[in-house]
Design a binder for this molecule. Structure first.
Ligand SMILES: [Zn+2]
Length: 284
């Protein structure tokens, strides 16, 4: 059955310079995976200490190169998702002594540069969000401002924004901000989500219990691993084989409709991508 469907991991990282890189893509493809959304690693993981938005450019360039290499291994293809990890605000404020406003400015500059790549058709979507842990009010405000800045670009470019944010089942306040900026809620994706979420489209971590909730709910959802490709954190996240394995498991349990939702219909709704037409192995 898995041979007859596209299989998309909506959020993972690849780091061929430090860890498995394209080997992880081969594992994914061997089990039936066809499409990947590759998110740039947090800038500081790559030794980049950002002082301006321009400092993100080499991180984005490297991600685009890696995506080209990944696409060569897939029956479908990979796309880059570029942006600024929300945890950066704490590094800039706590470790480097910047004000929340200064930190927010650097991060908005990074989003501006990411948006250039989307505008040129070199990236599919933007990545933003806010800390998933407690922070002081001024930091929270600055982080929300960065996120709203990403929504404004998303509206401008008609592209989706992936969010990294606190665990929640109701983020309608956030999609209200997006809609005020002109970006529909269907183009706001919450990464690392549970199976149930009001507001953004959940990109569900591919654990069986979360997927079962999403499948039974019948609303648009995506599947992801957040594979981080980091030798220092081998067990931190799900491995690259997980999405294809869970797709097989969903078929075995009769959730055929949910597989179509997560791998064909929701990718079309959120990103405007056609995972069937861009796949050579599914008989399309
Ligand atoms: Zn991630």
């Amino acid at each position: 059955m898995i041979d007859e469907t596209p299989v998309l991991d909506n959020h993972l990282h690849l780091d061929p310079d430090h860890h498995r890189g394209i080997d992880a893509v081969r594992d994914f493809a061997r089990l039936g995976g066809t499409h990947l959304l590759v998110v740039n690693k947090p800038s500081w993981h790559l030794g980049v200490e950002a002082d301006t938005g321009e400092d993100f450019r080499p991180v984005f360039e490297r991600t685009i190169e890696i995506v080209d290499e990944a696409s060569a291994e897939l029956d479908g293809r990979a796309w880059p998702v570029l942006g600024v990890h929300p945890g950066l605000i704490s590094r800039l404020v706590d470790d480097r002594g910047l004000t929340p406003e200064q930190a927010g400015e650097i991060m908005q500059g990074g989003i501006d540069v990411a948006a250039e790549y989307v505008d040129r058709g070199e990236a599919l979507a933007l990545k933003s969000g806010r800390p998933h842990y407690e922070v002081e009010d001024a930091v929270w405000e600055a982080a929300n401002e960065v996120m709203r800045h990403a929504f404004a670009h998303g509206a401008d470019l008609d592209c989706a924004v992936q969010l990294h944010a606190e665990a929640s089942e109701d983020m309608t306040e956030v999609t209200d901000w997006a809609e005020t900026a002109g970006l529909p809620a269907t183009k706001v994706v919450k990464h690392y989500a549970g199976g149930r979420l009001d507001g953004p489209v959940p990109s569900v971590m591919s654990e069986k219990d979360r997927l079962e909730v999403a499948a039974k709910r019948g609303e648009p959802f995506l599947m992801e691993t957040d594979y981080i490709d980091d030798p220092d954190r081998p067990g931190a996240v799900l491995g690259p084989k997980t999405v294809p394995r869970r797709v097989s498991w969903l078929f075995e349990n009769g959730y055929d409709e949910a597989v179509r939702t997560a791998h064909v219909e929701t990718p079309a709704l959120v990103y405007g991508i056609d995972t069937e037409a861009t796949c050579s192995s599914t008989g399309q």
